[in-house]
Design a protein around this ligand. Structure first.
Ligand SMILES: *[C@@H]1O[C@H](CO)[C@@H](O)[C@H](O)[C@H]1NC(C)=O
Ligand SMILES: *[C@@H]1O[C@H](CO)[C@@H](O)[C@H](O)[C@H]1NC(C)=O
Length: 505
């Protein structure tokens, strides 16, 4: 049978198949199906039942031929149409039989499949590097403030001044902790807390950073005080407790066979063009050095780092605080350790649909035997920690145990991040707090509800698209940038500019 015998039906079929091919092409970003298989699937009974008996027969025939062609290798040296229009004019100009039509269709779709994947990979890579590279202006800020530390006594002055030192361990104050190597981000967190506070004179902020960032971070807060709030800046090297012996996780990280390669070697090694964007991104993140930095694990040592404190609120450096947070100290945690917002239910069905199965590999027996896939997850970013209750538990030991197990299992228990081992370690020690305290997802989805953003006590730019990056979502950026003083000399001299936002319509 050839198409020439039934030109009306031929046209119907050709257009139909071509249309389906187009649908498949646009779906390829979402579906993990090769284009030609997608076409085969879409050419199912529903499509075949349209158009009456004649076309039914023809379509059936075509389906068989497509099926047959799909399992065959393409002829070597076949000239491949590079686009639909080329394909269509090719069809019009040559009176192909059904088999040739199918072969050429397959060739074109395979070609497009590769092109789409190639550009998808390029896009993911671009996004990854955009998300992990420090912007020039922020690098500049860090360098200039480091210079300032060595040249300007004002930048080196003690923080806080000696007569206020005793307040650092006074439990009648509200103690906040942020751990960051990003000066601008830390500055926004601290500034937004102080500005939103009804009693800023009761705020004590403990800013922790790494050894390398310490001089610049200290300069920043010494030169930009936020009195009456009290600010302390400390490098990890200045905590007596944080010696190597006390941080087995760090040791495990360093000693683990292959981790050097994973983290410091070729970041894109083992990343596959065929991976879905989500798997791709998580593989890159798992290899990113961010996840072996001590700063990202630091919150697990709060009871030891602040031996005299009873309760602290720990903030990630990608949040903005918009309400007075002092009521957090009034919440009765009912003996639990960690007051956190649960992430398994909520209006936003994408951001708030996280269960243990989201984070762990339940195909692994260690996980399947220990955890319940339906258990609700909770969020890092804004947590109230009762350090006294914490000191009575073995949370840290459990955490270390599981981080090590994940290494021993070649990182197959969970993909990335510091949250999964915490989800295990804090089991039975979490007290859910009202979701209005902490709104998540501003760094990974564009469709954030601005009305909810305005009302939330704390907004969290979790995800890759941080508000200080070019790839940050423009409409939620102003909630962050309004806490940056773009007139500051250091910021201006480093050409860090306020992003301009023009509404699109
Ligand atoms: C982890 O990987 C190493 C080397 O690739 C291999 O020898 C070892 O058996 C793996 N361990 C597990 C638990 O899969
Ligand atoms: C999940 O665990 C199974 C069993 O150990 C393993 O074969 C698989 O590769 C793991 N998956 C991932 C994504 O690591």
């Amino acid at each position: 049978m050839s198409f020439q015998n039934a030109s009306r039906v031929h046209l119907f079929c050709l257009l139909g198949v071509t249309k389906l091919a187009g649908l498949c092409l646009s779906a390829v970003g979402r579906e993990e199906l090769p284009l030609f298989d997608c076409l085969g699937r879409r050419l199912g009974p529903r499509f075949l039942s349209r158009g009456g008996d004649d076309s039914m027969k023809l379509a059936n025939e075509l389906y068989k031929i497509l099926d047959q062609v799909n399992s065959e290798e393409l002829p070597v040296g076949l000239k491949v149409p590079g686009s639909f229009s080329e394909f269509l004019s090719d069809m019009k100009n040559n009176q192909y039989d059904a088999k040739t039509f199918a072969v050429r269709l397959k060739a074109m779709m395979e070609y497009m499949d590769r092109e789409v994947k190639r550009s998808r990979l390029a896009e993911q890579l671009h996004k990854y590097f955009a998300a992990t590279t420090i912007p020039k202006g922020m690098h500049c800020l860090s360098l200039r403030l480091t210079d300032e530390y060595s040249s300007n006594a004002q930048a080196r002055k003690e923080l806080p001044t000696p007569e206020l030192l005793h307040l650092l361990s006074d439990n009648s104050y509200h103690h906040f902790v942020v751990a960051s190597d990003n000066i601008l981000a830390a500055s926004v967190v601290v500034t937004s807390v102080v500005r939103s506070s009804l009693q800023p004179e009761r705020v004590v902020f403990h800013v922790i950073t790494d050894k390398k960032t310490y001089p610049s971070m200290h300069s920043w807060f010494a030169l930009n005080p936020l009195s009456p709030a009290i600010i302390e800046v400390k490098g990890v090297h200045q905590f007596d407790w944080l010696t190597r012996d006390n941080v087995p996780v760090l040791e495990a990280f360093e000693n683990h066979h292959g981790v050097g390669n994973h983290y410091h070697g070729n970041h894109i090694m083992g990343v596959n063009v065929g991976d879905s964007p989500i798997i791709f991104a998580s593989k890159l993140q798992a290899r990113s050095s961010k996840y072996i930095s001590l700063l990202s694990h630091l919150r697990l040592y709060l009871p030891e780092l602040f031996p005299n404190l009873n309760k602290v609120v720990f903030l990630d450096d990608d949040v903005v605080v918009q309400h007075d947070l002092s009521p957090l100290w009034e919440i009765d945690l009912l003996g639990k350790v960690n007051g956190a917002v649960e992430t398994c239910r909520g209006e936003d069905t994408r951001v708030m649909a996280k269960h243990f199965r989201t984070y762990f590999n339940f195909s692994h027996p260690l996980i399947a035997n220990e955890l319940d896939p339906d258990e609700c997850a909770w969020a890092y970013g804004m947590n109230v920690f009762d350090l006294n209750a914490w000191r009575k538990t073995s949370i840290r030991k459990t955490y270390h145990y599981w981080v090590k197990e994940n290494f021993r299992s070649n990182l197959t228990l969970w993909k990335f991040g510091t949250l999964p081992p915490a989800l295990i370690a804090f089991r039975n020690y979490v007290h859910p707090i009202d979701p209005s305290w902490h709104m998540l997802g501003l760094g990974y989805q564009e469709s954030t509800d601005l009305e909810r953003v305005r009302k939330a006590a704390v907004i969290h730019y979790n995800g890759q698209c941080k508000p200080w990056l070019e790839i940050g979502f423009k409409h939620v950026q102003p909630f962050w940038t309004k806490h940056v003083n773009y007139l500051n000399d250091f910021i201006r001299n480093c050409h860090i500019l306020e992003p301009q936002w023009f509404p699109q319509n």
